[in-house]
Ligand binder design. Sequence first.
Ligand code: SF4
Ligand code: SF4
Length: 102
Amino acid sequence: MGTSDCGHEISMATPSVGEAGKTGAWRSERPVLVAPEACLAVKAGRITCQLCWVYCPDACVTRSVGPAIDLTYCKGCGICAAVCPAKALEMQPEHEPGTCGR
Ligand code: SF4
Ligand code: SF4
């Protein structure tokens, strides 16, 4: 499924339940916006950078000033944190060692 943005067509699907259920259910790490003030979009006060949105394979990052992440479908791959040039996103363990709760 494609979506149109600024006149360019990009390939991006809408998150939905797949064969393995909701991908967020088997995540072991989650992305956390640890330094929102460092986010280039927040600094600029407008929609810029957006690399986390572009590269998320599950389309669960918003295109916005400061990303919001849909943890129902985030599978914890860590790509968003890896591509963030400002180190504003960080992967953190889903559970504390020795616990099983969310
Ligand atoms: S960890 Fe992966 S799936 Fe989750 S928001 Fe980041 S890029 Fe998307
Ligand atoms: S990749 Fe990092 S700096 Fe760029 S919009 Fe996302 S959180 Fe902000």
